[in-house]
Design a binder for this molecule. Structure first.
Ligand code: NAP
Length: 298
């Protein structure tokens, strides 16, 4: 069988950025510059890389960004105080708390403290609730929103499709299942949400028209788990040992790309698939937050 068509996340993200640039110009005409605050707690090296990438993306689009760093041992109270300050700052339209947080800090308490109107990550219970209700006035979490756009832009029919989402994490799997199951354009799928308790997981996967892996397990999805012609989206980011790499490791996805691309119809590369879309949706949400804060229709 011929190799699958690649779904180019970088090219599709560039299209989203073009639209975001146009919206930023509208805000500028109204004297508004969107502002995004990053909050990082501790010195986790991956978190530093991710925040750095998002800072550069902001700079490219002339979104003002500022990164606030708290020490590893910061208390939940200190972080909450910072969030309250950012909530009250009119120059800050979006707030992103970089995961993971240290053990002494409860993520649920932190995400719930961010003002829902500045919650550009879409993790606040109000925004999660709106997603479930199909209320489009909320912010949709960036990675699920990005996956939906990847599917739509690659000409994948979601309406009526059997979608299998591997992983029920709060950041990706759960909101993605809610999003694609909505009675709405680029949704209306029959969604199966699989997890570590799923029986006959391979059979579920093999029935999928669209298979989305978000479990954080390197090369978990093998060739025999994919229906010929299916669309495969690889969300996973896993660091594995690699003796030929300079730092002794490399990043791989949840999908065994080389094997699966011989059977799939379309597939995301990893890197270069979902990752760029996550950043594109973050910037888009930030611009919308700025517009909403000033009552401007984009
Ligand atoms: P998470 O919260 O840890 O959730 C992982 C989910 O996978 C859980 O529901 C877990 O099941 C399930 N799972 C784990 N091993 C499994 C197995 N062997 N069989 C079936 N299910 C299994 O993870 P997450 O935050 O959603 O992230 C998932 C992956 O996406 C990670 O690799 C993360 O780095 C990546 N990610 C990428 C982006 C991006 O922009 N590319 C953004 C966010 C996350 P249980 O619930 O039963 O434990």
């Amino acid at each position: 069988m011929a190799a699958a068509n690649l779904i180019d996340g970088r090219a599709i993200a560039d299209k989203v950025h073009e639209e975001t640039r146009r919206q930023i110009a509208v805000l500028k005409e109204n004297g508004i510059q969107p502002g995004l605050a990053f909050v990082r707690v501790g010195e986790d090296s991956a978190s530093k890389v991710y925040v750095g990438m998002k800072e550069r993306a902001c700079a490219n689009l002339q979104i003002q960004s500022r990164t606030h760093v708290l020490p590893d041992e910061a208390s939940e109270k200190e972080l909450l105080q910072l969030i309250l300050r950012l909530n009250a700052d009119p120059g800050v339209h979006g707030i992103l708390i970089q995961a993971p947080l240290p053990k002494q800090i409860r993520g649920s308490a932190i995400y719930a403290a961010v003002s829902p109107g500045k919650d550009v990550d879409g993790f606040h219970p109000v925004n999660m609730g709106k997603l479930l209700l199909g209320d489009t006035s909320g912010f949709v979490p960036c990675t699920p929103a990005g996956v939906q756009i990847l599917l739509a832009h690659s000409g994948t029919l979601i309406d009526g499709a059997n979608v299998v989402v591997l992983g029920r994490g709060n950041i990706v799997g759960k909101p993605l299942a809610a999003l694609l199951g909505q009675k709405a354009p680029h949704a209306n799928a029959t969604v199966t949400l699989c997890h570590s308790g799923t029986r006959n997981l391979v059979e579920h996967c093999r029935a999928a028209d669209i298979l989305i892996a978000a479990i954080g397990s390197p090369h978990f999805v093998k060739r025999d788990m994919v229906k010929p012609g299916a669309v495969v989206i690889d969300v996973g980011v896993n660091r594995v040992e690699n003796s030929t790499a300079e730092n002794g490791s490399k990043l791989v996805g949840d999908v065994d790309f080389d094997a699966v691309q011989t059977v799939a119809g379309k597939i995301t590369p990893n890197p270069g698939g979902v990752g760029p879309m996550t950043i594109a949706m973050l910037l888009r949400n930030t611009v919308r937050a700025a517009a909403d804060a000033h009552g401007i229709q984009l």
